[in-house]
Design a protein around this ligand. Structure first.
Ligand SMILES: [Zn+2]
Length: 424
């Protein structure tokens, strides 16, 4: 039995739709995963995520939760799901990215990384083993291996050194992960104990019925395939913009063997063309029968371009981070609500968006709230932005299922370019 089940349901060029089942939810891919850094989405309550956005999986950040409130507190309170009340899937990162990007004071060795907390300067240590232990205590559905994240502009030799260390850490991550899963390290058995899956969603609430070319295998997707009830572990492919190093990293990672594979080290300041080139080269070479996850990406354009190159999963803080600064994503490009031209504009943020903010509130009102320093401005723009990202992915999935992805991509990007860029 496997911890997750993954099936491709339709393919259009390199783009593909799939169903990813975890012990807690059924996730249609390609999927955008909202980021709940501290066990919460900034400005968006879980009620909205469940009832309006219908997000099936969100991210939790190991680094932040490790430092505050700390693993022991979360473990005592029954794991991250019980503590936060988010009953659908969590993917936790390994903490590596934050240690390498947020923390100035760190000491890297073969063993792991010693660093000082950005909160109070206290000393901590993260290693592949510790990261697996923390993620087991958090009880996420998908855990990530602990990797080194070199700066995007690292040269060839530095990048190669780094990916070799990452490969050794990936093996150590896997070994410790397997031990933890086998020995029941968790504070309490996961919800699935006993072998019965507990999907938090009714099967009829997902759009798998809408697939036109899927009659033969359509029925078995609705059956409950038995999952192991354990966590899944994804490996991470590094190698910056060097294609041969990407391939080397892919081979090393696949040799260890994981439930899914992520592409790390992109969207860290390199040119867009580099990211697209790496994706185009590496994604089709990744295992066909496992989900592919592009970490920390990206803008709506990036999501479309990633899907076109065969990526299944994405995450990014952009919808809520931009929401807090008054920047809204719309189907005709980004707008900034601070701009004076919105001061008497009675239209919604996006006339094509069915979200509850766009159905009710005008740009003029949201601008007024923003200018007045009302927290509802950030909350409502974040809410809309999340709706826009998740709706975009729904539309992407539909277009792949009906064989019209390239046309969708062309029209979507064309329309996006129509937005008033000078606004931002
Ligand atoms: Zn909206």
């Amino acid at each position: 039995m496997h911890p997750i089940e993954w099936k491709i349901t339709a393919q259009d060029g390199e783009a593909r739709t799939g169903i990813l089942r975890t012990r807690r939810s059924i996730i249609e891919t390609p999927v955008f995963m909202p980021v709940g850094t501290q066990g919460a989405l900034k400005g968006v309550r879980f009620e909205w995520l469940e009832n309006e956005h219908d997000a099936r999986i969100i991210l939790g950040n190991t680094y932040h939760l490790f430092l505050r409130p700390g693993v022991e507190t979360i473990r005592k309170l029954g794991g991250l799901h019980k503590f936060s009340t988010w009953d659908r899937s969590y993917l936790t990162d390994s903490g590596g990215f934050q240690v390498f990007s947020l923390t100035d004071l760190r000491k890297l060795s073969e063993d792991g990384v010693e660093f000082r907390s950005h909160l109070d300067g206290s000393k901590h240590f993260l290693s592949p083993e510790v990261s697996m232990e923390v993620q087991a205590a958090l009880d996420s559905e998908i855990a990530m291996v602990f990797d080194e994240c070199p700066p995007g502009d690292a040269g060839f030799d530095k990048t190669r050194e780094s990916l070799e260390l990452t490969a050794r850490w990936a093996k150590r991550s896997k070994d410790r992960f397997d031990e933890l899963q086998d020995n029941g390290f968790l504070s309490e058995p996961p919800a699935i104990a006993g072998g019965s899956m507990r999907p938090s969603l009714k099967p009829n609430t997902i759009d798998i019925d809408l697939q036109p070319h899927d009659t033969a295998s359509g029925s078995d997707r609705t059956q409950n395939v038995k999952l192991s009830g354990k966590q899944a572990l994804f490996g991470i492919i590094q190698g910056a913009g060097h294609l041969d190093l990407r391939l080397e990293s892919l081979e090393k990672t696949v040799n260890i063997g994981f439930d899914g594979y992520a592409i790390g080290g992109l969207s860290v300041g390199e040119e867009k063309s580099v990211m697209y080139e790496v994706l185009e080269y590496i994604a089709p070479k990744m295992p066909q029968d496992a989900p592919r996850y592009l970490m920390g990406v990206g803008t709506p354009e990036d999501l479309i371009e990633g899907v076109a190159r065969g990526v299944d999963m994405f995450d990014c803080v952009m919808p809520t981070r931009n929401g807090r600064t008054g920047s809204a994503f719309t189907s005709t490009g980004k707008i900034n609500i601070r701009n004076a031209k919105h001061s008497q504009d009675e239209s919604p943020l996006d006339a094509d968006c069915p979200c509850s903010v766009c159905r009710r509130y005008s740009r003029a009102y949201l601008r007024h709230l923003y200018q007045a320093g009302e927290m509802n401005a950030a909350i409502m723009i974040s809410h809309h932005n999340l709706a826009f990202f998740l709706d975009t992915m729904r539309a992407v999935r539909q277009s792949i299922k009906f064989g019209g992805f390239s046309r969708f991509r062309e029209e979507f990007l064309y329309k996006l370019g129509d937005g008033d860029r000078s606004d931002v």
